[in-house]
Ligand binder design. Structure first.
Ligand SMILES: Nc1ncnc2c1ncn2[C@@H]1O[C@H](COP(=O)(O)OP(=O)(O)O)[C@@H](O)[C@H]1O
Ligand SMILES: [Mg+2]
Length: 260
């Protein structure tokens, strides 16, 4: 479904230096696969996501969806950015409906559908509010509804739960898994949390520090459906330990299990 072939992305910094954000990243993501992306800050995770979203182009190499090079954003892709990006003048409901309006796909059931999504993320009754009246975490949940409303075949999420408190974050993780199992789609999900990465993914792509490369792709063998009770599951433990080793090095791995 998504194929990156030796994607390199170079930025020119303000003082004239060249920043290699991604170097020779090759990755294939199958249709309806759930892939998470972890790695240190600045290793190019957001850049990689923006390339798949059609919001940035590779400097060299090729990124394609279903065999077609990605040159611009495609309407069938849903995106959740790191910070919520709602239209401040539109109501919560109209923000969720925005992709359907853009795609001229509004119909008599659209408002009900958006309302149902808002209910799903705990925002029933907030339809007429302005984004200004919502906390950051609530705004992010609206942005997640907006990314889902047109039932995208590809869902790209850049640390979408970063602004949420720990409890809401676990709830949203499980909710996302439920949505994905009911309506399968190809998901590429960036996170800082190793636990979250393992809980969600079929495969975890671990990136190395800048210039960002794929250090290793870790298969998560744990069965589905999953819950946070499964964290003691050997397959979970094994995947988590391997990712820790890759990110922190061997010694640190065994001593830092508690801090995900
Ligand atoms: N538009 C840009 N102009 C210049 N440098 C950028 C730009 N976008 C990202 N970078 C640089 O590329 C590197 C990777 O950034 P990013 O993809 O945001 O990393 P991550 O999401 O993993 O933290 C960083 O060093 C960042 O400063
Ligand atoms: Mg980022």
């Amino acid at each position: 479904m998504i194929v990156l072939d030796r994607v390199t992305r170079v930025f020119n910094s303000r003082d004239g230096d060249q920043i290699v954000a991604l170097r020779d990243v090759s990755l294939e993501i199958a249709a309806n696969e759930f892939v998470t992306l972890v790695g240190p800050s600045g290793c190019g995770k957001s850049t990689l996501l923006r390339i798949v979203a059609g919001l940035a182009l590779p400097t060299t190499g090729e990124a394609a969806i279903a065999g077609a090079p990605i040159r611009e954003p495609r309407p069938e892709t849903g995106i959740v950015f790191q910070a919520p990006t709602l239209l401040p003048w539109a109501s919560v409901l109209d923000n969720v409906l925005f992709p359907l309006r853009m795609m001229h796909r509004m119909d008599s059931g659209s408002a009900d559908k958006a309302t149902a999504l808002l209910k799903l993320v705990g925002l029933a009754g907030f339809e007429k509010k302005s984004p200004r009246e919502l906390s950051g975490g609530m705004q992010q949940r609206v942005a997640i509804c907006r990314a889902l409303v047109h039932e995208p075949d590809i869902l790209l999420m850049d640390e979408p739960f970063g602004a949420l408190d720990a409890l809401t974050r676990e709830e949203m993780t499980l909710e996302l898994l439920r949505i994905w199992s009911e309506r399968p789609k190809t998901v590429l999900f960036v996170t800082h949390s190793i636990t979250e990465a393992v809980m969600l993914a079929d495969r975890v792509v671990v990136m190395s520090p800048r210039p960002g490369r794929v250090a290793e792709i870790v298969d998560v063998g744990a069965p589905r459906p999953r819950s946070f009770d499964n964290e003691a599951d050997p397959a979970f433990h094994e995947a988590t330990q391997r990712i820790r080793q890759l990110i922190f090095g061997q010694k640190h791995a065994s001593s830092s299990r508690a801090s995900s």
